[in-house]
Design a protein around this ligand. Structure first.
Ligand SMILES: Nc1ncnc2c1ncn2[C@@H]1O[C@H](COP(=O)(O)OP(=O)(O)OP(=O)(O)O)[C@@H](O)[C@H]1O
Ligand SMILES: [Mg+2]
Length: 253
């Protein structure tokens, strides 16, 4: 079943057509990568989907209803969660407090009042928050202050903050950027685990082809705002248009 369907999406910045008539379908349960050279329009595309930017034209449908015109927090509440942009770590708070706040915010919007008024709800949210920490292997640091985490662990906490909102669709923009090889590998393993154990649908924008080909079951290639290829990793890897787009830049596939 299609979870997310984007049709003929357009966005220009002045004279620059950053996203040009782009369409794609994300099937439920799949890990779908969007790749393309620098400036191809990948981040803009994601920002259009989550309501950070307003599309000039096109449609974005999630579980059968339109996302266009919704504010980012409304898109969020429908279960579309973007990692590494919206999540905010409160450095002086513990890991568990960080993820609990996120779980409460998703549930109630105005979380602070409910946090004190409804102990049962609070309990549920704490359980969700603990589960999120556990799935990124940070539960043993639940009572630690976030400020004390290593770079890689901070990124895992950001992911846990997103997971505590129980996303139906997880969007990741360059999740391994700036990570060491070891941190990259553990992120790959983690995303694989989420896909397998929790059947979570993921859209990943990524430059690191090792990450892309380790995770993606389906690929869409953007070049100058246009979808130039779409298919399985094997199909895309052997598509002459893709090879040309990458050779045109200096990047290697
Ligand atoms: N807010 C903006 N205002 C003007 N131009 C923009 C804006 N955001 C992006 N652009 C331009 O739109 C084009 C697409 O940018 P985008 O960031 O979507 O590319 P990208 O594929 O994510 O690139 P990268 O791989 O480098 O992250 C680029 O030419 C960029 O300079
Ligand atoms: Mg980008």
């Amino acid at each position: 079943m299609a979870l997310l369907e984007v049709n003929s999406l357009n966005k220009s910045f002045g004279g620059l057509q950053a996203v040009n008539n782009a369409s794609l379908t994300v099937e439920e349960g799949r890990t779908h990568a969007i790749i393309g050279p620098n400036g191809a329009g990948k981040s803009t595309f994601l920002n259009l989907v989550i309501g950070n930017l307003e599309a000039d034209s096109g449609t974005v449908t999630f579980l059968g209803s339109s996302l266009l015109g919704l504010r980012p927090h409304e898109v969020n509440q429908k279960g579309v969660v973007r990692v590494f942009q919206s999540p905010q770590i409160y450095p002086e708070m513990t890991l568990l407090e960080n993820t609990t706040i996120s779980a409460l915010a998703k549930r109630d919007g105005t979380f602070v009042m409910n946090f004190f008024q409804h102990p049962r709800r609070r309990k549920e949210c704490v359980a969700t928050a603990e589960q999120a920490l556990d799935s990124v292997n940070l539960l043993h640091l639940a009572e630690e202050e976030a400020i004390n985490l290593s770079y890689g662990d901070k990124r895992r906490l950001e992911l846990a903050i997103c997971l505590s909102q129980k996303p139906k669709l997880l969007l990741l923009d360059e999740p391994t950027a700036g990570m060491s090889q070891q941190e990259t590998q553990s992120t790959i393993d983690l995303l694989k685990k989420l896909s397998k154990d929790e059947d979570m649908t993921q859209v990943i924008i990524e430059h690191d082809m090792h990450v892309v080909f380790s995770l993606a079951e389906h690929l869409t290639v953007l070049h100058q705002g246009t979808v130039i290829s779409d298919g399985t990793p094997e199909q895309v890897k052997n598509d002459p248009k893709v090879i040309e787009a990458y050779l045109g830049g200096v990047e290697e596939l």
